[in-house]
Design a protein around this ligand. Structure first.
Ligand SMILES: C[S@@+](CC[C@H](N)C(=O)[O-])C[C@H]1O[C@@H](n2cnc3c(N)ncnc32)[C@H](O)[C@@H]1O
Length: 267
């Protein structure tokens, strides 16, 4: 999308993010998965930490937590949560580091025990090259045996697919309508769009988003090329089995996983 920058999504969604997505993808289970890998003394890095929705249930249970995000509005919300938790005595302020910057270009040196990119955040890097660069930077920063956890949707089958435009109603009250306008280029593995909020009182608010999706196999290739091994793949953070499409080879996809949680281990 012309003019889209790496902070466009965060800056446009920060005010509604927790209302819209606060409970999506099960923050408590995500937290216990990450804590289980890191242990009490582990150093954890979250890529695209946002409002701290997933970070906050983790910080007090690990040694140190570092979160990086390009969006100052998202990070302002996370900082407010940190300040409240520190004031309440939940953890010491030096257990957390807030990094304003890009998840590829501005990572602190580490070393980290666990890095994670939850809820499709890896796809916010809008090219395969940038996604692979993330694996490279993490390989330099994770301890040998350290973990990189990725949670993403499983993309549609690209074969023979072209572009598609969609317009849908997201929500509606007596004085507000939120529409979703998007275009999806399945061949190019790109989707982008706007949530368009129209209010009686406030006019129109645009919330843009843009992603480049990768298949699990592509992610595995990036990981292997950068020094990671596949440690496991599940359909969610509860470690339910991952069901790949057409596992039978019969063309009948049946009940396949729509999301995957993948653990890559630094060699
Ligand atoms: C889908 S949200 C996920 C936020 C959080 N991980 C959660 O699950 O609640 C994606 C986040 O990544 C941030 N982001 C997008 N591109 C980024 C980049 N290149 N570097 C760092 N953060 C980025 C956005 O600002 C946003 O906060």
């Amino acid at each position: 999308m012309r003019g889209f920058r790496s902070d466009s999504y965060g800056e446009a969604f920060a005010d509604v993010y927790d209302d819209w997505y606060g409970e999506i993808s099960d923050p408590a289970t995500t937290a216990s998965f990450v804590v289980g890998l890191a242990g009490r003394d582990g150093v954890v890095l979250e890529l695209g930490v946002g409002t701290g929705r997933l970070a906050m249930p983790i910080v007090a249970s690990v040694g140190r937590f570092v979160g990086v995000d390009t969006s100052s509005r998202m990070l302002d919300r996370w900082r407010a949560r940190i300040d409240a938790a520190v004031a309440a005595g939940e953890f010491a302020a030096d257990r957390v580091e807030v990094v304003a910057g890009d998840m590829v270009d501005d990572l602190p040196p580490g070393p980290f025990d666990v890095a994670f990119a939850a809820y499709n955040t890896l796809f916010n890097l809008t090219s395969a090259e940038r996604q692979r660069a993330l694996f490279e930077r993490l390989a330099e920063r994770l301890r040998p045996g350290g973990s990189f956890v990725v949670e993403c949707f499983v993309p549609p089958d690209a074969s023979g697919a072209g572009g598609e435009q969609r317009l849908a109603l997201r929500s509606m009250t007596v004085d507000t309508v939120v529409l979703s306008a998007s275009r999806h280029d399945v061949g190019a593995q790109i989707a982008e769009g706007h949530f368009i909020e129209i209010t009686e009182a406030g006019g129109v608010k645009l919330r843009p988003w843009s992603i480049r999706w990768s298949t699990p196999a592509e992610l595995d290739d990036m990981a292997a090329a950068c020094g990671f091994e596949l440690g496991g793949r599940w359909s969610d953070f509860d470690r339910r089995p991952f069901l790949a499409s057409d596992v039978t080879g019969t063309g009948d996809d049946g009940d396949v996983s729509e999301r995957h949680v993948t653990l890559y281990t630094r060699r």
